[in-house]
Design a protein around this ligand. Sequence first.
Ligand SMILES: [Zn+2]
Length: 137
Amino acid sequence: MNDRPFNDHSYEAFLEEEKIMGSKCKKCGALALPPRPLCVSCQSREMEWVQFQGAGKLAGFTSITVAPPAMAKEGFGRNNPYIVGVIELVEGNKIVGRIAGLDAKKPEDIKVGSPLKAEFIHAGPVANQTTSLVFKP
Ligand SMILES: [Zn+2]
């Protein structure tokens, strides 16, 4: 797996395998998610793959009532909002993802700092499948 380039395409390929993979700088240990070929901290190009656990806590969120077409197709919209949040992973990195299992109609009841765990959602036809992360309590 070290043969794969450190980019978004590899990140997505790993998601299909149900792995959350980022890059780790061999020089300073900085983690990047999604993976990056160049260290954001020391500019080194010596990277290795590291698997993230997919566990973290809610750092911030928004309840979305105006759904983009792909989400509207799933039935989301004004009367059925959904939540997108920033998740701070146990490794310290933050990622943006859809949050499920919390009541998007009552955002006042959602607590920042709530523990969340990643699940892999596969969508579309087998030949052209996309995998995305959804975080759940
Ligand atoms: Zn570095």
